[in-house]
Design a protein around this ligand. Structure first.
Ligand code: LRH
Ligand code: MN
Length: 397
């Protein structure tokens, strides 16, 4: 791979090929379970029935891609009696348990909010769950607690915007206080849904403001499906990297709303532009602390191949971003050569990197074609035959 220019404004110089070899894309355990829309959740034979089977499926994605070494948990969907056993199960598959996601968006009491609810008793219940998630992190050795709140209002006047921010700030401070010094709080924002007038963390600015108040280990999570149509997400990424407040991504893609489709499927050029800014901002450096997570739902497509394809989409967009001739780009920018600068970027984007990645996989002892290798493995047929009975995992909503 011809490395055009080494780039790392911050931290150690990162050689593009090293970025690809050491890429780590975290999988969402819930993507292996059933998911859908309010209209229908379609079941599928072979779907996991418990966190151990979800972790086993995540292990398959890492086995064939080599760049998915961890799986994020969602509590209570992944609550188990013995997290130590789940850690060992993951290790036996060559993966680790990653980010712990809290869930204060499904209990009846949370209709008017969780940590922002006008009722102090409901807020106390929500906070207790967040503390439970920190305990889970202590048991799994996870670094990150990711917090997304469905909290918001549907009608003007329903509640005080300011009072809800005060309640949110209070809860976040209590959780931040509980974290260990190697643990981080990642605050995810979302413009709308399930609330439609205000969301209490609707945008990067609100998340950023709360993070700055909390401390260094509070970072912003950019879910690529959580913006208004037409939002320039890579601008937000560049800004958060500049402030060293980009904690990570929830990667997916969408045509309209929070569709949670495979990353890169709806808008591969946007994913490339985002990863280009990650590169320029030093976000690929090991010490940059940027988590690259998927947050998707495979409502109609097979889930393990869907995750493998998604990981490959991130790999391809990353390889294209690393091919940008940054020296030529900066020279054109300095010269005010608008078309020249744009052409440098489009050259990289229009480069077919599939053979390059296939060679990289072969070099790492992997099958150059992960999708075909998985299909040949017989795993899909085996789980259909074995996973009889029990309750298939899902969102339990
Ligand atoms: C909210 C969200 C959040 C999760 C959930 C699974 O839309 O993106 O990250 O907890 O999806
Ligand atoms: Mn998300």
């Amino acid at each position: 791979m011809s490395c055009r220019g080494k780039v790392a404004k911050k931290g150690a110089v990162v050689r593009p090929s090293d970025v690809l070899r050491s890429q780590a894309i975290e999988l969402p355990s819930w993507a292996f379970g059933n998911s859908g829309t309010r209209f229908k959740v379609f079941g599928r034979a072979g779907v996991p029935r418990d966190p151990f089977e979800k972790v086993a499926d995540a292990g398959q994605v890492h086995r064939y891609t080599g760049v998915a070494p961890s799986v994020a948990l969602h509590i209570p969907w992944d609550r188990v009696d013995d997290y130590g056993r789940l850690v060992v199960a993951a290790k036996d598959l060559g993966i680790e348990l990653g980010t712990v996601n809290a869930n204060v968006f499904q209990d009846d009491e949370y209709m008017l909010g969780s940590v922002t609810n006008p009722d102090a008793g409901v807020r106390k219940k929500a906070l207790a769950h967040l503390f439970e998630c920190v305990d889970v992190m202590d048991a799994t050795g996870s670094r990150d607690l990711k917090l997304w709140f469905s909290d918001g209002t549907n009608y003007p006047g329903q509640d005080s915007i300011r009072a809800r921010q005060d309640r949110l700030g209070e809860a976040l401070a209590a959780v931040y206080e509980r974290l260990g010094e190697d643990q981080r709080l990642i605050l995810e924002y979302k413009l709308f849904e399930p609330a439609f007038y205000t969301m209490d963390v609707p945008d990067w600015g609100t998340s950023y403001l709360h993070c700055v108040r909390l401390g260094e280990r509070a970072k912003v999570c950019v879910d690529t499906g959580h913006h208004a149509p037409g939002t320039n997400i890579e601008f937000i990424v560049a800004l958060l990297l500049r402030e060293q407040r980009l904690g990570g991504f929830d990667f997916n893609s969408r045509f309209y709303a929070d569709d949670d489709l495979m990353v890169g499927a709806a808008d591969p050029f946007q994913l490339f532009r985002i990863l280009h800014e990650v590169r320029l901002g030093g976000g690929f450096a090991a010490d940059a602390g940027v988590a690259f997570m998927l947050d998707q739902c495979h409502n109609i497509e097979p889930k393990i191949p869907g995750q493998i394809r998604s990981v490959m989409n991130v790999q391809e967009a990353t390889a294209k971003a690393l091919l940008v001739d940054v020296a030529a780009l900066e020279a054109a920018q300095r010269a005010g050569d608008v078309l020249g600068a744009n052409a440098v970027l489009m050259d990289a984007y229009n480069t077919d990197v599939r053979a390059l990645l296939a060679d990289l996989r072969a070099e790492q002892g992997l099958d150059p074609d992960p999708m075909a290798a998985y299909a040949r493995s017989g795993y899909a047929e085996r789980i259909v035959a074995e996973r009889i009975g029990g309750v298939q995992a899902g969102w339990g909503a």
